[in-house]
Structure formats: structure tokens, C-alpha cells
Write a protein of this length. Structure first.
Length: 345
């Protein structure tokens, strides 16, 4: 079945019924002939299961068909299945039922988009007479034996597909990396604008009195005990002494000293209370799911920013990769806009 609507996250589809002339018309006639000869696969197997390895040995292989047409070439369902690899089993280990079907459908579209992009890249490479030697293919083939993770699964099973993958990478490097540079001022500007990325979080030296509910003690009784301690603090009783005598926290033996902590290490209510304290101040009663807390802030230490010289290389690499990605997306979009692409899957 031919889909004419747009698929989110994929590429635009062009109607196969658009008017053409000359060579383009002949090409489309040839494609129509191919379409008649090769059955169009549905998104399900004959047993109604989503495309992917069968759930039992009794399930039959999916009849091959056309998953997509890219200019004058086709991508078959079997190619899509091969590229999917073990994704079915990985997804099945995490999901089932409709959720599994939904994730499988999304993954198939992602993989199909990658296959379409590779097909476009290879076509562009051929148009610009960019090739890959047999020696380069052999070297890459040996590399796939040692580290298959660096290549698409289908490229580790066929030298022809591996050659296409190498051609796609070569044309991508030529077209995408052309003229991309990161100047020193860009690196410095990024460091100034994103300085928090290179600054460790500040730390806070705090003490705590923690009261936990006793057996059969209700919340109101617990709060009354805490208010008595708060009253003693206001009268000038030592925080450390009260922590040693009454706190249920393990740090009570050290006068409630929690040492230096970051705000992210604290429960949210403690974090919020700490934001309102200056060194030497005691918090009001803080209720959490654990119990009731009283904090005293001893000292704040600001975070430490890494020196520019230490991080400038990492920043430069990050900016370069961002430019590469933006250039790739723009170029790939232009290839798709100029191409005849029909999703049949």
C-alpha cells in the first residue's frame, strides 16, 4: 500500500502520480513494472506479527517486497529486516503487546530512514565519480571481523553493502566537512556563555538535628518534640549539644555535623530550606517523609571553574561536531528534496 502522507522524523514523500516527461517518465514506467513483479510487503507477517524475527520456530519468513523506492532503486523488506538485526529481541525483552508493536514500528521507520539516506549518499557518490577500491573494502572487511560494532549490521555480512557504506561515508565527509572551522573566539565565547558547564557545584557545611517518629507516635506528637528543641535553640542552647542528646541521625555523635554537601545530595525540602539560610543561621522545622529536620548552615563554598586552557580543546571539539551535524542535516535535507522517494512500507 502506498502512503502519501508525511511520516514524522523521516523524509518527505512525493506522489507517484505526479506528471513527468522524457527520461523521468521512462524511469517511472520501469519502476511500475518492477512494482508489479515484486509483491508489496505489508507491515506484518502472514501470521499477523510485526516484522522482525519470529516469536516461535513455527512462524514463516516474511515474503519479500518493496519497503521504499529511492529515485531509480528500491529498498526491499529483506534489506530492512537484515538492518534491523536483533532489535526485535532487544525490544521484546523490554516491551510486549501494543507497546512492543509501537516501538517496533518506530524502530523500523528509523532504520528505513537510515537505509534511504545511505542509498541517496551512494547515488550521489556515483554521480560524482567517487569510488572505493577493492583494497579499501578488504581492509574494512577485516576491521568488521575485529570490531563489527563500528558498522551497520548488513555491512558486516556483505562486501557489496560494505562498499556502499564506505562510499556513503566518503561522500559525506567530502560534502559535510567542507569549509567547516571553529575559530578561537567562538571557543572563548562558548566558555563565557556556558561557564556553568565547567564549574563544579558549590558545597555547604551543615549540621542537622533529625527527629524520627517513635513507635506508635503520631505526627503531631513528633512535631511537638521538635518545637521544644527549637525553643531551646532560640534560648541559646548549643546546637551541637542538642544534636548529640536528641538527634536520631547517625551524625549526632559529631554534634549533627554532616560535613560539606552539595544541594543535589539533599532531599528537596532540605535543599529549599538551605537556599534561604546564611552562614550561622538555623532553619525552621523541615518536614520530610523521613521525619522532622532542623538545619544550621556553617559555611558556603562556591564551585570551582576549570581553567579555560584545560577545557578549550573539548569546547572546540564540541563546537566542531555541532557544526558537522548542522551541515549534515542541511545537506541531507537538500538531497531528499531533490530525490523521488516513495515509502511503501
Amino acid at each position: 500500500m502506498t502512503h502519501d502522507h508525511h511520516q514524522p522524523g523521516l523524509l518527505s514523500r512525493h506522489s507517484p502520480c505526479r506528471r513527468t516527461s522524457g527520461t523521468a517518465a521512462l524511469l517511472l514506467m520501469a519502476l511500475c513494472a518492477i512494482t508489479c513483479l515484486v509483491p508489496v510487503a505489508s507491515a506484518q507477517s502472514p501470521t499477523g506479527s510485526p516484522i522482525g524475527p519470529g516469536t516461535s520456530g513455527e512462524e514463516k519468513a516474511v515474503t519479500d517486497g518493496i519497503a521504499a523506492i529511492v529515485n531509480t532503486e528500491i529498498i526491499t523488506v529483506s534489506e530492512l529486516q537484515t538492518e534491523m538485526g536483533d532489535e526485535f529481541f532487544r525490544l521484546k525483552a523490554r516491551y510486549d503487546g501494543d507497546e512492543l508493536k509501537e516501538h517496533l514500528s518506530q524502530k523500523r521507520l528509523e532504520v528505513l530512514n537510515l537505509l534511504i539516506e545511505r542509498k541517496l549518499l551512494v547515488q550521489e557518490a556515483k554521480a560524482k565519480n567517487i569510488s572505493v577500491s577493492d583494497e579499501e573494502v578488504d581492509q574494512a572487511w577485516e576491521q568488521t571481523r575485529r570490531n563489527p560494532a563500528g558498522f551497520p549490521q548488513a555491512a558486516t555480512q556483505s562486501k557489496d553493502i560494505l562498499r556502499e557504506e564506505l562510499m556513503a561515508r566518503r561522500i559525506r565527509d567530502i560534502e559535510v566537512r567542507r569549509g567547516i572551522v571553529v575559530v578561537p573566539q567562538e571557543v572563548r565565547d562558548y566558555f563565557k556563555e556556558q561557564q556553568q558547564r565547567f564549574t563544579s557545584p558549590g558545597t555547604h557545611h551543615i549540621r542537622q538535628i533529625l527527629l524520627l517518629p517513635k513507635l506508635d507516635e503520631d505526627r503531631e506528637t513528633l512535631k511537638t518534640r521538635a518545637e521544644v528543641l527549637m525553643g531551646q535553640l532560640k534560648e541559646g542552647t548549643s546546637f551541637e549539644k542538642l544534636a548529640e542528646l536528641f538527634s536520631d541521625g547517625s551524625e549526632s555523635v559529631m554534634g549533627g555535623d554532616l560535613g560539606f554537601v552539595t544541594k543535589d545530595e539533599l532531599l528537596a525540602p532540605l535543599h529549599e530550606a538551605l537556599d534561604k539560610l546564611s552562614p550561622g543561621e538555623v532553619s525552621p522545622l523541615i518536614e520530610t517523609e523521613i521525619g522532622i529536620h532542623i538545619l544550621r548552615l556553617e559555611e558556603n563554598r562556591p564551585g570551582i571553574t576549570q581553567p579555560f586552557e584545560k577545557v578549550k580543546e573539548a569546547i572546540g571539539n564540541r563546537l566542531f561536531q555541532e557544526k558537522i551535524q548542522a551541515s549534515h542535516d542541511k545537506w541531507m535535507s537538500s538531497l531528499k528534496d531533490r530525490a523521488y522517494i516513495e515509502i511503501r512500507f
